[in-house]
Design a protein around this ligand. Structure first.
Ligand SMILES: [Zn+2]
Length: 111
């Protein structure tokens, strides 16, 4: 399974485990120049767009996806108001912790 296919599989699992009120778009590709150092980015529009940098290891790619998806969950809970949705405050890390823990416990396993 390619990294891209694996990420789409993990995203399908995330959407089931942590549902949000919108579709979520995912692309695995080169990052735009201004974000060249980022492993991932999320555009918190509706529907949100998650971009994961192409060429990373499988596990780095997956954990980047979990991180970006946690931003989507926070934004969805906040009703898609822009304020704070990109930040890394405690509420974000609480959500990320739940997402990572659920993934470790019962995420789709294909290695
Ligand atoms: Zn972040």
């Amino acid at each position: 399974m390619t990294v891209r296919d694996r990420l789409h599989e993990v995203l399908a699992w995330l959407v089931e485990e942590f549902p949000v009120n919108t579709k979520v778009r995912l692309r695995v590709e080169r990052m735009p120049k201004e974000f060249a150092d980022c492993e991932g980015m999320v555009w918190l529009e509706r529907p949100p767009l998650i971009r994961i940098r192409k060429g990373m290891s499988r596990s780095a790619s997956i954990y980047t996806l979990l991180h970006e998806y946690a931003h989507v969950v926070v934004a969805d809970r906040a009703g898609w108001r822009e304020t704070g949705a990109h930040d890394h405050a405690d509420a974000f890390y609480r959500t990320l912790g739940r997402v990572e823990r659920a993934f470790g416990d019962r995420g789709p396993s294909h290695g």
